[in-house]
Design a protein around this ligand. Structure first.
Ligand SMILES: [Zn+2]
Length: 413
């Protein structure tokens, strides 16, 4: 009945209603509700609710809300993100639908269909919104306007055409991507080539021509490959003192506390380092922000963080089932019989996330401190769950709660 009544309302009213429902549903946790709503964004009521605590599954609960989130970022009156190349509003909306479609293709390999529990469009939307928040909490001071818009577009497309398998598996199993993409960063190269193809079709770039846009998109998307994690952190660590020194001198004469690392206050003070940093540095910072957004789940609140963790592990377990069925060696974290979900999350936190968030804290203090606070609380919960597993001998194995079918979920819960 409620749904039927909703359908007769105009689109804006429907979205406003859904946002209000969302806000009311979160009202027991005051941190989750952003009440301030800038006047210039009132046409897009969803925009103020996009903070680091928003529920990414809600943002992907329907196609309508997904589109509204995209439009609030790329088509709002002040145009928060202006894609370089003067695309019309209709063309920008078409681009969104084309990218979205890139996540809906069935993944079939060796007559086996894999369900994308994790690498679906809800993840893409989550990464785009988190990237937006990393920029709005201070990350934007390092990048040009064009780079900010392209980074958000890259975030939305970074896992398009993902197979639901790991790159290492595709190489081992002789998937066509292995040959096509020279045995390295296979799916990242596939997503990049998909996005570049779309931009060519909109005449934003030319085929066969080297351009700054291509170089930027290539760097930020290829760096989402976990195999490049260490390399990225080493490169950024090496130039961090120079970045922070530029920030310190740009703040001179302004009223700042002593905390180094950018924050939304820098944006309010109109600090802009994009002209002070060279292109390589800006591209590296952009790729780091996208990588942080891509694996930001351990830094979100427990309910969302745990839900994504269970989903990614179930995607891995499907690969393990397939490997077992084909008599192949089962990849790490892919055995549903032998893996412990809490232990895999503790290992991921210890060896990957800890250092990543330490560096994020240096670069963007506002987002980094929030991610670290959540991450520490989540690690404590995983530790307790691991202890409970050992004590009881019963694995912690909750059923996955996949996103909606509008988010690209193509299986049964
Ligand atoms: Zn991703």
């Amino acid at each position: 009945m409620l749904i039927k009544s909703l359908l007769v309302l105009p689109l804006q009213m429907r979205v406003l209603f859904l946002v209000l429902v969302f806000m009311v549903s979160c009202s027991s946790d005051s941190e989750k509700v952003t009440v301030e709503q800038p006047a210039e964004t009132s046409q897009y009521p969803i925009l103020p609710s996009l903070d680091l605590n928003r529920d990414s599954f809600f943002l992907s609960s329907t196609h309508l809300i997904q589109l509204e989130v995209y439009k609030s970022l790329f088509l709002s009156p002040n145009c928060l993100y202006d894609i370089p190349g003067n695309l019309s509003s209709d063309a920008k909306e078409k681009l969104f639908e084309e990218i979205r479609k890139g996540y809906f293709a069935k993944s079939v390999f060796m007559d086996h269909e894999i369900k994308k529990y994790y690498h679906n469009f809800a993840h893409a939307m989550d990464v785009m919104v988190t990237t937006h928040m990393l920029l709005k909490t201070g990350g934007a001071i390092f990048l040009t306007q064009d780079e900010q818009a392209l980074l958000l577009l890259a975030a939305l497309a970074h896992d398009a055409r993902h197979t639901g398998f790991m790159n290492s598996f595709l190489i081992k199993a002789g998937h066509e991507y292995a040959q096509k993409f020279d045995h390295e960063s296979l799916q990242e190269k596939q997503s990049l080539s998909f996005l570049l193809g779309l931009l060519e079709s909109h005449n934003l770039i030319q085929s066969g021509e080297d351009s700054k846009i291509k170089k930027f998109l290539s760097e930020v998307i290829i760096f989402t490959d976990m195999k490049r994690h260490k390399e990225q952190l080493q490169k950024l660590n090496a130039i961090m003192p120079q970045i922070l020194s530029e920030l310190k001198s740009a703040r001179r004469g302004k009223d700042f506390d002593l905390i180094l690392g950018s924050s939304s206050k820098d944006l309010k003070e109109k600090i802009d380092l994009s002209a002070k940093l060279d292109q390589n540095t800006r591209f590296l910072i952009a790729s780091f922000l996208l990588h942080c957004a891509d694996i930001s789940n351990p830094g979100k609140d427990w309910e969302e963080s745990e839900r994504w963790a269970i989903l990614v592990l179930h995607e891995f377990f499907q690969q393990g089932d397939f490997e077992k069925q084909k008599g192949m060696e089962i990849s790490m974290n892919c055995s549903r019989e032998k893996s412990s979900i809490p232990e895999s999350q503790l290992g991921f936190g210890k060896y990957i996330i800890q250092e990543l968030y330490d560096i994020l804290l240096q670069l963007n203090h506002e987002a980094g401190s929030q991610f670290q606070k959540n991450f520490e609380a989540n690690q404590l919960k995983w530790t307790n769950l691991r202890e409970e597993e050992k004590r009881s001998g019963v694995p912690y194995f909750p059923p996955p709660r996949p996103p909606s079918s509008d988010a690209g979920w193509n299986g049964k819960g």
